[in-house]
Design a protein around this ligand. Structure first.
Ligand SMILES: C[S@@+](CC[C@H](N)C(=O)[O-])C[C@H]1O[C@@H](n2cnc3c(N)ncnc32)[C@H](O)[C@@H]1O
Length: 364
């Protein structure tokens, strides 16, 4: 039996930092139900040692390297110790997955950006609930035969996409605001050039009967020259279009997880084409968009959604997801993530899974 103490990463956002320990506790509980199911975690509690607060937990037997790999990728994980008495903390090596430097996520700052640590939390919970949960393990892991594909169908300036890249996944986004798409493309180009990484970033119009109907940003990036030479480039695609048209531009069953932060309505309104009701209430946008999003998911995939509880209750969103043939994960580990963000914004999240058996033809 080992008692572990996890030091939580300091967040640059003071509001989020105030909630980080509680959210880390919840995230560990969700991992305890999924990727750390066999770890026998117990006695999860906050603990103070020499004036510093830690997240404490006990594992019986001690965590294996594989299990430590998952702990390493907890969104709040910073430093881990084994507790050997009040005066003695033994450092335990963490091996978080980081194909790229963390400034890929932190440099861009703009109104409406989703907190990076929260984005990683939502991605973690969603991958953990999917059938590709093994891809969440930190440390050396064999290159999978098919790379995990993360889709953010309301991607803004790409916080989810960048976290997906950092985890070694491919990423697909949809965004209606041209300023966001242009800013993301410019950022990606500059960042990749500055880091001297092999890359290609292009934006092309998508035409239908000679009319431009959308724009498509495609990027290929490799974390090292060796990875590029081995043909292991990662791909990012962003479609500049209304997310309601997702299926016109993206192939069905092409994504393993969908991870998205719904518009908050208050400060940064949603931009669903010309529907003023949709601009205020994410429910309408989600109800209209979910058939297309669900069609993008592969069997065994999962969808993670965060939303402003001032605009939509957890029950309403859960009912919406269920109506669109998804199974809401409502076990204790997937509850209690609601937290204050700003005046008028209290954020909560829900994760739902796709049935693993293919659905009957014509169901799309
Ligand atoms: C809460 S923000 C997401 C921010 C993003 N996670 C980030 O960190 O940049 C929601 C995004 O949805 C976009 N959006 C709203 N309605 C849309 C629609 N119908 N189609 C595509 N994008 C839409 C908004 O432009 C906004 O960028």
């Amino acid at each position: 039996m080992v008692r572990y103490l996890l030091l939580i990463a300091p967040s640059s956002n003071r509001v989020y930092a105030g909630e980080a320990l509680r959210l880390a506790e919840r995230e560990l509980a969700a991992f305890g139900e999924t990727v750390l199911r066999d770890a026998g975690l117990r006695d999860v509690s906050r603990e103070e040692v020499a004036g510093v607060e830690y997240l404490g937990f006990t594992a019986e037997p001690p965590l294996t390297d594989d299990q430590l790999g998952f702990v390493s990728n907890l969104s709040g994980a910073y430093v881990l110790f084994g507790w050997e008495g009040p005066e003695s903390l033994r450092p335990v090596r963490l091996t978080p997955t980081a194909y790229y430097d963390d400034d890929l996520l932190t440099i861009l700052k703009y109104p409406g950006k989703t907190n990076e640590q929260f984005t990683r939390l939502l991605l973690n919970l969603t991958v953990a609930a999917s059938q590709r949960s093994a891809e969440l393990r930190g440390g050396e892991r064999p290159e999978p035969s098919s790379r995990l594909v993360v889709c953010d169908p309301l991607c803004g300036r790409g916080t989810t996409l960048n976290q997906a890249l950092r985890y070694g996944y491919d990423a697909v986004g949809i965004e209606a605001d041209n300023a966001h798409v242009d800013a993301y493309a410019a950022f990606l180009r500059t960042w990749l050039r500055r880091k001297r990484l092999k890359h290609r970033v292009e934006i092309h119009p998508v035409r239908h009967e000679r009319q431009r109907v959308a724009r498509r940003l495609t990027a290929s990036v490799a974390p090292s020259k060796a990875a590029h030479d081995a043909g292991a480039d990662q791909r990012v695609t962003v479609v500049h279009a209304d997310t309601l048209r997702a299926r016109e531009f993206l192939k069905g069953r092409s994504c393993d997880v969908i991870v998205t932060d719904a518009p908050y309505g208050v400060v940064h309104g949603s931009r669903a084409a010309g529907r003023s009701a949709r601009d205020r209430r994410p429910q309408e946008l989600l109800d209209a968009a979910l058939p297309g999003w669900v069609a993008l998911l592969r069997p065994g995939g999962a969808l993670g959604l965060s939303f402003n509880t001032h605009l939509a209750s957890r029950e309403e969103i859960a009912e919406l997801l269920t109506r669109h043939d998804l199974s809401v994960v409502d076990s204790p580990g997937y509850q209690g993530f609601d937290h204050w963000v700003d005046q008028g914004i209290t954020r909560d999240l829900l994760v739902a899974t796709m049935p693993s058996a293919p659905r009957p033809a014509g169901h799309e």
